[in-house]
Write a protein that binds this ligand. Structure first.
Ligand SMILES: [Zn+2]
Length: 65
């Protein structure tokens, strides 16, 4: 892969994958609801991480006690 990709003029929104940290188009990211009740939030993960079975728990995020 070449690293010469410059910032393109496009209107695609990007977000950071919570699993691998890559910045990707939101179209390639899946919103995953994590936590419960007041801790509830949505994180974005990419298809690759999703395929790997990534979960917030697997990422090592300590559960809020
Ligand atoms: Zn990812």
């Amino acid at each position: 892969m070449m690293a010469g990709e410059k910032a393109k003029e496009n209107k695609t929104l990007t977000s950071v994958c919570a699993g691998c940290g890559k910045t990707l188009s939101t179209e390639l990211l899946h919103g995953v609801v994590v936590g419960r009740a007041r801790q509830r939030r949505v994180v974005a993960i990419c298809q690759a991480c999703r395929d790997k079975g990534w979960t917030p728990e697997a990422s090592g995020t300590p559960p809020a006690a």
